[in-house]
Ligand binder design. Structure first.
Ligand SMILES: NC(=O)c1ccc[n+]([C@@H]2O[C@H](COP(=O)([O-])OP(=O)(O)OC[C@H]3O[C@@H](n4cnc5c(N)ncnc54)[C@H](O)[C@@H]3O)[C@@H](O)[C@H]2O)c1
Length: 247
């Protein structure tokens, strides 16, 4: 049966791959990203099953409104796949408080706001599934920043997702809401466009499966985590990185 799924970061990379995957399966998707133009150029015009909603996920009122509009136009929310995030490769010495706070605001507070607004809606109909996004940078420390690699703000923000998932899974389980995260390794999306050739080669060398992950390979796992096939999985952060770096 067709479901309604709220996907953030839907104009690019992994969120875009999730959106296309779900639309192919016949689901209805509320596609969220920062601006209408980037959504339209990635996904084309709205259809019966696709509603593009420009929204900054770090803005509480905007997130509440986006969930309400999604429910009004596409029906009760079944699941959320939250991919929207800011990258921050700044080396520790160049990283100022403003940038650090902004990264936490978008990546951590934004994840909480999206999960909270969705959970309020899902509780009303007896359950749902939420998938947040961490990063395998958390396991390696992000190599300290620069050259496209995650620096301290990004790595700290993605580590916070592991705790957020556990806390929300505990609180929302009794309402039938599952909460999980995916922890992708290096994935071929615009987020890694500034990787130096040396960093790219070094990343590749660490991946026993022999290639940098594709957005579709991560999206497939996210879609599994909002499917009925994962109905007894909650509170987990699933590493999806081609067997690179076990910790
Ligand atoms: N690509 C990688 O190597 C990699 C590795 C580990 C984790 N991740 C995580 O996967 C997720 C998806 O990343 P991606 O690689 O597809 O990146 P991407 O840059 O291709 O896409 C991120 C999207 O989020 C949107 N966005 C940013 N800030 C937003 C905000 N405040 N409100 C709404 N939308 C906003 C951007 O406009 C963009 O379309 C992110 O959470 C990222 O941290 C990516």
């Amino acid at each position: 049966m067709a479901r309604t799924i709220f996907v953030t970061g839907a104009a690019s990379g992994i969120g875009l791959a999730c959106t296309r995957n779900l639309l192919r399966q016949g689901d209805r998707v509320a596609a969220i990203d920062l601006n209408a133009d980037s959504l339209a150029s990635a996904l084309g015009p709205d259809t019966e099953n696709l509603l593009a909603l420009p929204c900054d996920v770090s803005n509480p009122a905007a997130v509440e409104q986006a969930v309400a509009r999604s429910e009004f136009q596409l029906g009760p929310l079944d699941s959320v796949i939250h991919c929207a995030a800011l990258h921050s490769p700044s080396f520790w010495m160049d990283l100022e408080a403003d940038e650090f706070n902004r990264v936490l605001q978008v990546n951590v507070t934004g994840s909480f706001l999206v999960a909270k607004a969705a959970a309020k809606a899902m509780r009303a109909r007896g359950g749902g599934a939420i998938v947040l996004t961490s990063s395998a940078n958390v396991l390696a420390g992000g190599i300290g920043g620069q050259a496209g690699m995650g620096g301290p703000a990004y790595v700290a923000s993605k580590a916070a997702i592991v705790g957020l998932v556990r806390s929300l899974a505990r609180s929302l389980g009794p309402d039938g809401i599952r909460v999980n995260a995916v922890m992708p390794g290096v994935t071929e999306t615009p987020m890694i466009a500034k990787y130096s050739p040396e960093n790219r080669a070094a990343s590749l060398k660490q991946i026993p499966l022999g290639h940098i992950g594709t957005a579709d390979e991560i999206a497939d796992v996210m879609c599994f985590l909002v499917s009925d096939a994962s109905r007894y999985v909650s509170g987990e952060t699933m590493i999806v990185n081609g067997a690179a770096m076990f910790g």
